[in-house]
Design a protein around this ligand. Structure first.
Ligand code: HEM
Length: 148
């Protein structure tokens, strides 16, 4: 069960990143090309939905993972070991903040005065969210399930 969850969490990272890049492109095109917001908003919503799914999977992993259970059983040692601490502290924290930020960003962009402002605000929120996600992904783990 843990392997299925972890592999899904691993793969969904690529869906999140692809949708994030697409959402960034649409927001950028929107600013420079005077395009209506509706299409970019749809892509932004798919990106947010993928993030919410990843958040849910991450939370389930956090409470069920044998690796996290072992790490939590000796927090003193875990906090002193960067390789383990990243999964108990940094990774979940950065990712939760990124997901909340993108969720708020979608609302802020939607409520802006006009489509140009909506694209601009969306671009800023998506860009910050993407930087946080890229920073928060544990790249030391396999790039795809079963690798490494
Ligand atoms: C956009 C959000 C996220 C992305 C892109 C992401 C990505 C990843 C990746 C690529 C891995 C390594 C998978 C592997 O080793 O095959 C991982 C592991 C993990 N993630 Fe996330 N994650 C996200 C959010 C979260 C959140 C919000 C939590 C917890 C609240 C979380 C908890 C974990 C845990 C506990 C592991 C390690 C589990 C284990 O080794 O047993 N993740 N994550």
């Amino acid at each position: 069960m843990h392997a299925i969850l972890l592999n899904t969490h691993n793969l969904l990272r690529w869906v999140v990143l692809a949708l994030g890049v697409l959402a960034l492109l649409k927001a950028y095109q929107g600013i420079s090309g005077d395009r209506p917001y509706a299409d970019a908003r749809r892509t932004g919503l798919f990106f947010t939905a993928a993030l919410h799914t990843q958040l849910l999977l991450g939370l389930v992993l956090f409470v069920t993972s044998p690796f996290i259970k072992t790490a939590m059983s000796d927090m003193k040692a875990t906090m002193g070991d960067a390789a383990t601490r990243v999964f108990v502290a940094e990774h979940p924290t950065v990712m939760v903040i990124a997901v909340v930020l993108m969720t708020i960003g979608g609302i802020v962009a939607k409520n802006a005065a006009n489509d140009a402002a909506r694209h601009r605000k969306a671009l800023v929120f998506i860009a910050i969210t993407m930087v946080m996600i890229l920073w928060g992904i544990p790249w030391q783990r396999p790039l795809f399930p079963g690798m490494g």
